[in-house]
Unconditional design. Sequence first.
Length: 495
Amino acid sequence: MTTSSLTLPLPEQRQPPSSGHDTAAIPAPRSPWARVRADLMTWLVLNDLFAVALPAWVVAGVRRPEAALAVALTGLLMIVTAWLLGALGMDTIEQGSPSTGHLFTAGLATVPAAALLAGMPVAELLAGTSSTATPTETAVFMGLAVQVILAMAGRQVESAWLRRRRLEGYGLRRTLVIMGPGAQPMLTHLRRHPMDGFLIVGYLSSGQEASAHSATPVRSAQHIASVVRAEQIDVVMTVGSVLPEDLVTVMRGLESTQTRLIVAPGLQDVVPGRMSSLSITNGWTGVIAVRTRRTRALGKSLFDRLVGSLLLLAASPLLLVTALAVRLDSAGPAFYAQERVGREGVPFTMWKFRSMYSDADQRRDFVVSTGGDAGNEVMFKDRQDPRITRVGRTIRRLSIDELPQLLNVVRGEMSLVGPRPALPHEVEQYDAEARRRLLVKPGMTGLWQVSGRSDLSWASTVALDRHYVDNRGGALDARILAGTLRAVIGGKGAY
């Protein structure tokens, strides 16, 4: 079956079963994704049990057996708690999420039980009055930490494997799309992002889409059930403004199947954390947070300045060594100051280590004229820019050249996480959507840093920054900071 707008047959176009029984009672054949899903579930369970058993086995070899038993029981309690929190849920199995949050929360929740199993009074643990830890207590708490780390590492491996396989065309869920008005942007997104794991194998239509496309409209619950069985559908996804009565029909048709129902209303740049449910008569609706709370903005500012100060102090030896290397490599100052545009369009001076020769600004027009732009229509980038020094290439690849921006963070001109700091001539070319980047402080890192850096097109850069501005918050900042380390180590898009 192709991914074109095909017309799926109606029940009366198929031969009815000779027994006369309801076709919904016939079990659907097992799909390829069902086998992959079972393998993933087995891998995760075995990985979690291995994460529990390994530290306990090590402790058994160096400590008393009762200490090993305490480590094993603590680990089992932690893993079971993580499973109950959703570490084996749909996000993990089907979307490839490593569930590190569930594991970390389960680890914290298990600490009191670990204290009891180790023979340590919980009151002393909470008060911090225990003077000397016993060998059993040390083994239990260290074992718990190692168990959480091992479980996280195994799930990261599983997540990376699943995403890689989906890019190769495997591990995809056969998806039937129910189209309503406004479905096209979401359909385009699904085709462009195979890592989400959806393989569209057919369409049905709802509402105005029924007359606008050749796809068969939703007819009945029996129609849905027969299509799901015949095409081995793993997921039915409603996209756009599907009629409520058609949605109910789809739900009725899936009641006797294992098929997932996903409702995609087509919201753009809205993360789940911005939505909350609101009960109404005979149902519910969603409330979307539009404005950032002042307390959250104040907390982010305080966090930036405090953490920025600590990072600046910790990085001071590296700053000194880098400054020396820049001065010895080429003539000119160690630091480079440049005017950038901050929040609400207010200009400020941004500091970096000098990674180019001192006459780089004078030579810029010549480099641009040679056609060396990497493809970003507004922000000029050249993969083989001749103005970059030898030391400059190294510190750029590792993002060390950006460490002096911690001074801007401490001064309140920048944030640790935010849109890329813009040059004045870039801002002059902004349209209305691009100017939304100026609603928040620019950041040392951001979605652009963890999504390709200089390899991104201008449209992609604006889209990522718009997504950040609309959904900014502590959880998103934490994910970006965690992803920044991987991006810096990989060096992709840094030049």
